[in-house]
Design a protein around this ligand. Structure first.
Ligand code: OAD
Length: 241
C-alpha cells in the first residue's frame, strides 16, 4: 500500500507518541498515564508547578535524561524524506516533546505541546525568549531566570493552550492530504484537526485523511482510511516515492 500524491497535493502530518514508540519512548497509554504513582495530569499542570516545582522539574529531568538516549526510527525518517520531496507542500505538527523529528531531518515542523529540550521563564511578563536547555541535574537547586522567577520547562501543560494553533489551522485548511500517525485521538485540540478535513470533504472538496497506527484511534470515524501497523514498519513503504 502506497500513498499516491499528485504534484499539487499539500500534505499536513500530525504525529503523536506512537511515532516515537519504536525509538523506545513510552507512549502515554503504555505508561497508563502514570509516573511514580502520580497521574501525569497531576504533574504536568501549572498548579503542580506552583505548589511542587521540585516534583515537576524531577519529572522533566528524568524525561530529558531518557530522551538523550533515544534515536529516530524509520517512521521519523520516512516523514523527513517526504518533506525533502515536497518542500513547502509539507507541514508537520507533532504533539511530541522529544526532538526525534528534527534528529531525522524534519525542518518544517511545529511542536504544538512544547519541547523537552527548551525552558523559559515561568513569569509570563518576563520578556526572555524560550531557550535551548538540556540540563537534567537540579541537585544544586531549581534554575532561576535573571528576573528572579523560576525557569520552567517549555511544555504545554494540561489546561494551557497548545502553541501555533493559528498557523496549524491555516495549514490544515490548505492541505489536500491529512496524515495522522500514532495518536490515540483523545486530546484536543489536536484530535479535532481531522474534523476540518471531514467537513471540507462533506462540502465537496477533494481532500483525504489517513490514519497510521497500531490501533484505531478514538476519532477513527473521521478518517477516510485507517492503516493499522507500526509507524516504523508502515511509513517507509507507504510514503515511498
Ligand atoms: P497516546 O499514548 O495517547 O497514544 C499513542 C498512540 O500510538 C496509541 O493509539 C497507540 O496505539 C499508538 N502506537 C503505539 N505504538 C505505535 C507504533 N509503533 N506505531 C504507530 N502507532 C503506535 O499518545 P498521544 O495520542 O500522542 O499531551 O497523546 C496525546 C497527548 O496526550 C500528548 O501529547 C500529551 C498527552 O496528554 C500533553 O502533554 C499536552
Amino acid at each position: 500500500m502506497r500513498l499516491d500524491l499528485a504534484p499539487t497535493d499539500d500534505v499536513f502530518v500530525l504525529t503523536g507518541a506512537g511515532i516515537s514508540a519504536e525509538s523506545g519512548v513510552a507512549t502515554f497509554r503504555d505508561a497508563n498515564g502514570l509516573w511514580e504513582n502520580h497521574k501525569v495530569e497531576e504533574v504536568a499542570t501549572p498548579e503542580a508547578f506552583a505548589t511542587q516545582p521540585v516534583l515537576v522539574w524531577r519529572f522533566y529531568a528524568q524525561r530529558r535524561a531518557q530522551a538523550k538516549t533515544v534515536a529516530p526510527n524509520p517512521g521519523h525518517r520516512a516523514l523527513a524524506a517526504l518533506e525533502a520531496r515536497l518542500g513547502d507542500r509539507f507541514y508537520l505538527a507533532t504533539q511530541n516533546v522529544d526532538n526525534l523529528h528534527e534528529a531525522a531531518g524534519s525542518t518544517r515542523l511545529v511542536h504544538m505541546h512544547g519541547e523537552l529540550f527548551k525552558s523559559r521563564c515561568s513569569d509570563p511578563a518576563c520578556d526572555r525568549a524560550p531557550f535551548v536547555d538540556d540540563r537534567s541535574d537540579f541537585s544544586d537547586g531549581l534554575p532561576r531566570c535573571a528576573c528572579g522567577e523560576l525557569e520552567r520547562p517549555h511544555i504545554v501543560w494540561f489546561g494551557e493552550m497548545p502553541f501555533e494553533m493559528h498557523a496549524i489551522k491555516r495549514r490544515v485548511q490548505r492541505a489536500t492530504v491529512f496524515l495522522c500517525v500514532g495518536t490515540s485521538g483523545v486530546v484536543y485540540p489536536a484530535a479535532g484537526l481531522v474534523g476540518e478535513m471531514a467537513y471540507r470533504k462533506s462540502m465537496g472538496e477533494r481532500v483525504r485523511s489517513i490514519y497510521v497506527g497500531l490501533e484505531r484511534p478514538a476519532n477513527a470515524a473521521q478518517f477516510d482510511q485507517v492503516v493499522l501497523g507500526k509507524a516504523g514498519e508502515v511509513l517507509p513503504g507507504f510514503l515511498a516515492a
